[in-house]
Design a protein around this ligand. Structure first.
Ligand SMILES: C[S@@+](CC[C@H](N)C(=O)[O-])C[C@H]1O[C@@H](n2cnc3c(N)ncnc32)[C@H](O)[C@@H]1O
Length: 212
């Protein structure tokens, strides 16, 4: 099954190949304020193993590595992974970068503490949502955290990613996860879309964490 909606199946690789990062619509050059808060309050902690699914140019992955996490970025665009490699070298941080599909990451089962999703789930076609949630659950340790940031239904309608309702988010994740938080927040504005109303979803994989 193709993970992303038709609009995006082959679109990303071409965008990365043909444009500087500063002209790519979602590229803000920084992590979401909510991801920084999760590091500040220790929800994502030094030493944890984090996977950034659909890591793109590696901004979130390099940020997390800089703050002491062991980070793997997964993306299916070799050009994006090249940019992520470049960024990690500029930062002087270690990143494991894997060219793979988000529905079949090739990562070992129950091997990571946190899965980060910045602008991925809102591009996943509805028929693939449960497969995506299953892959996230497979790689997370019991008690591991899934962090999702994506377009909400409070965004102005139009082209681009799906404006997710709360049901769109909860439907896929409720069976295997407990909801710690699901709220809309204002993310960094872009020129094309100044009103960025996004979801922050924090979901904890069900099951007892080892040593708990
Ligand atoms: C909207 S971008 C988000 C990138 C990054 N997370 C960020 O916040 O800047 C979506 C990313 O998903 C990647 N992607 C698209 N389809 C994919 C797939 N089936 N498997 C892995 N990565 C995919 C694209 O190459 C792109 O880097």
């Amino acid at each position: 099954m193709q993970a992303f909606t038709d609009r995006w199946v082959n679109g990303f690789a071409k965008l990365y190949e043909e444009n500087p990062l500063g002209q790519i619509s979602w590229f803000t050059g920084t992590v979401s304020p909510v991801l920084a808060e999760l590091v500040i309050d220790g929800t994502i902690a030094r030493g944890q193993r984090v996977v950034d699914l659909g890591c793109g140019a590696g901004v979130a992955a390099a940020f997390l590595a800089r703050h002491g996490m062991t980070v793997t970025g997964v993306d299916n665009s070799a050009t994006a992974l090249g940019a992520a490699r470049h960024l990690s070298e500029l930062y002087g941080v270690e990143l494991e970068l894997i060219e793979a599909d988000i529905l079949a990451t090739t990562l070992p089962a129950e091997s990571v503490d946190v899965v980060n999703d910045s602008f991925i789930y809102h591009n996943v076609r509805p028929e693939a949502r449960t497969l995506y949630a299953a892959e996230v659950a497979r790689i997370l340790k019991p008690g591991g955290l899934f962090v999702m940031v994506g377009f909400s239904d409070r965004m102005t309608p139009g082209s681009g990613p799906i404006r997710l309702t709360s049901d769109d988010v909860l439907g896929a994740f409720l069976p295997g996860f407990e909801v710690e938080e699901l709220r809309r927040f204002r993310n960094l504005p872009t020129q094309a879309r100044p009103d960025q109303w996004h979801w922050l979803g924090l979901f904890r994989k069900r099951g007892q964490a080892a040593g708990a």
